[in-house]
Design a protein around this ligand. Structure first.
Ligand code: F6R
Length: 624
């Protein structure tokens, strides 16, 4: 949801910022823009609606027309932005950076300033002419006004303005009259600081500067940072100096590059065995399950009497799998809620409630607000997150990090598998804390989990028929997905992937529910993907599912059945059979999801869509 970069140092700011924007483009791609302070001390801006290539073309044009030997954008201090539109259409005018009337200040913004109408009216009343429809432009004018009113420097001017803003924002700003610094500020939206030698960086996430440094500093809520070549200074919005939290980035540049694949998503699908293995490795030490951060007494987990899982999108589907595992292993009742609904319906929470917030980014606004609501009600919050130090884990009482590495494709793939792994680990951790399983039983479950990376690899090697099938059904009007038990969240996940990547009508249903209405959708030739339960693990469900397949086949559906190797009955009923390795039922989503990811990616490619950047979407959704 908007990517932001800031740089000050000896390099070409334009190059650093543009490279950062390319790495952050997954956060939004409605427009892109950059501002630098030129050698001659002017604020120079270039911005363009659409993808970064449009901005590249604009910059090339400007360079061609410039008399300046180094080009018009030569300079060593700069900011950049890649936008996911909220206020105002995705056009050139609304693209960031925004400026004040004298073109002294450049600002880039991620988030929504909720009191923007009031601030805008105030500015208009004072005679300021705003040129865009954005909430962000107001900040440039307000900061310029603070400087005119005597604020001693950009940082103080920004601090004063931040105290007047409501909502969520990350701001990064330049002041033409002080080219030696860049200022950033954050509330409810992410901003990290990258530390170089004689240079420093700001970014919405570490991918923005991973090519230059692995040393970073987390910024807390309501904090402001001023960077220069020599160092940095952090203060809170009251002006009090604070220490940032330093950390070292634990993944390599290669993780943020396509590595020979056409799309990041295809690479990330292949990285799933590693994502699962790394997540498992990090959480089982000396025969015991270990969380990453635990700011609570272990008796709290022992006394939990109810669990809520809150999450959005794919993470919500991982939550539905959590329900099966936690209830089965611990007998604690579990409710799974879409985070966007949770706090608005007054859920019953108390000190013995554990709220599990699942979010790969750790910055999804709906999930963050659900966490805050849970904490207000004195529930314990445990976060499952893929991003070190993001806001959700910072506010949680305990954290279980997934170790999937950076995911650049907008659609969740390896982070989903890592989340499924994490919820299974959590289920075992709760069973251990409550004593509902003996140590040797937990060890046996963990051993079964540790076999999964190899089974995922095996699944990935037999995926070619899915690609062929995807091309055959790419022109279908719709695709339905059916599952039962843990196969139902997998069906939902398969449908979500297809909707978001291929822009096709796709829906997931519990197979037994079909006859209560949705079966009316079946017409001859309609592809229906069926996630088959194991004939050995869930024989009764398997039987029921065969009946469901018979019902839809009788009405002409083209059945695509995902079944365990050796499931002869499923083979008999399927128009197309996709055979997967045998795995324990609760762990099987780690395998059954994979063909559905491949199906969606391949259909999207056949239909000519950008698999990594589906329309209208952004990877991190930092607005409610
Ligand atoms: C779907 C997808 C989204 C995210 C959702 C939550 O492929 O990626 O549905 O799962 O926006 O994001 P996080 O996990 O960052 O909270």
């Amino acid at each position: 949801m908007c990517g932001i970069v800031g740089y000050v140092g000896p390099r070409s700011a334009l190059e650093v910022v543009m490279q950062g924007l390319r790495r952050l483009e997954y956060r939004g791609y409605d427009s892109a823009g950059v501002a630098v302070i030129s050698e001659s001390g002017e604020l120079r801006t270039a911005k363009k609606a659409g993808r970064i290539e449009n901005l590249d073309a604009e910059l090339a044009l400007a360079a061609g027309q410039s008399d300046d030997a180094d080009g018009p954008m030569a300079g060593h201090t700069g900011v950049g932005h890649t936008r996911w539109a909220t206020h105002g259409a995705p056009n050139d005018q609304n693209a960031h950076p925004h400026s004040d009337a004298t073109h002294r200040i450049a600002v880039v913004h991620n988030g929504i300033i909720e009191n923007f109408s009031e601030l805008r009216s105030g500015l208009e009343f004072a005679g300021v002419e705003l040129v865009s429809e954005t909430d962000s432009e107001t900040v440039a004018h307000l900061v310029a006004a603070e400087l005119d009113a005597g604020a001693p420097g950009l940082a103080e001017a920004v601090r004063r303005v931040c105290c007047r803003l409501q909502g969520a924002f990350t701001l990064v700003l330049l002041d033409r009259d002080h080219p030696e610094t860049v200022v950033g500020a954050r509330r409810n939206s992410p901003l990290v600081l990258g530390l170089g030698e004689g240079e420093n960086f700001l970014g919405s996430d570490v991918a923005a500067f991973i090519s230059y440094t692995k040393e970073a500093v987390e910024l807390g809520q309501d904090q402001l940072v001023e960077i220069s070549r020599e160092g940095y200074r952090i203060i809170d919005f009251d002006g009090v100096g604070v220490e940032g939290k330093p950390f070292t980035i634990d993944w390599d540049l290669a993780a943020a590059e396509k590595g020979g694949y056409d799309y990041f998503m295809l690479k990330e699908i292949q990285e799933q065995p590693t994502a699962v293995a790394d997540t498992l490795r990090a959480h089982y030490l000396d025969g015991r399950i270990a969380l990453d951060e635990q700011r609570l007494d272990s008796s709290v987990l022992r006394e939990v009497d109810k669990v809520f899982v809150v999450a959005c999108g794919s993470a919500y589907h991982a939550g539905l799998i959590a329900k099966h595992a936690i209830e089965h292993w611990t007998r604690i009742p579990v409710e799974v809620e879409m985070a966007s609904e949770f706090r608005y319906r007054d859920p019953v929470l108390d000190q013995q409630t554990l709220v599990v917030a699942i979010s790969q980014s750790g910055e999804t606004a709906d999930t963050l607000e659900a966490v805050r609501h849970a904490k207000e009600q004195r529930a314990t919050v445990l976060a499952i997150c893929n991003t070190n130090g993001a806001q959700i884990p910072r506010e949680a009482d305990a954290v279980l990090y997934t170790h999937a590495g950076p995911e650049i494709g907008v659609a969740a793939t390896k982070t989903f598998s890592a989340q499924v792994t994490a919820v299974l680990i959590l289920g075992l951790a709760l069973a251990e804390a409550r004593g509902t399983k003996y140590g040797d039983e937990i060890a046996a479950e963990y051993e079964a989990l540790q076999a999964m990376p190899a089974l995922i690899t095996e699944t990935l090697t037999v995926i070619e028929p899915v690609r062929v099938l995807a091309r055959e059904i790419a022109d279908s009007k719709a695709v339905l997905f059916l599952g039962r038990h843990v196969g139902y969240p997998v069906a939902l996940e398969g449908a979500l992937k297809l909707k978001e990547l291929a822009y096709m009508h796709a829906e997931g249903f519990p197979a037994g529910e079909l006859k209560h209405g949705p079966i009316a959708l079946i017409e001859p030739g309609l592809p229906v993907v069926v996630v088959m339960p194991s004939p050995v693990g869930r024989p009764l469900l398997h039987q029921k599912m065969l009946s469901n397949i018979a019902e839809i086949s009788a009405r002409g559906a083209r059945t695509i059945v995902l079944a365990e190797q050796g499931d002869l009955m499923a083979a008999k009923h399927a128009a197309h059979l996709i055979e997967l390795p045998v795995a324990p039922t609760l762990l099987s989503p780690l395998l059954t999801t994979i063909p559905l990811q491949v199906l969606a990616a391949e259909i999207a490619q056949s239909r000519g869509f950008d698999v990594d950047k589906p329309r209208n979407l952004a990877k991190s959704v930092t607005v409610e």
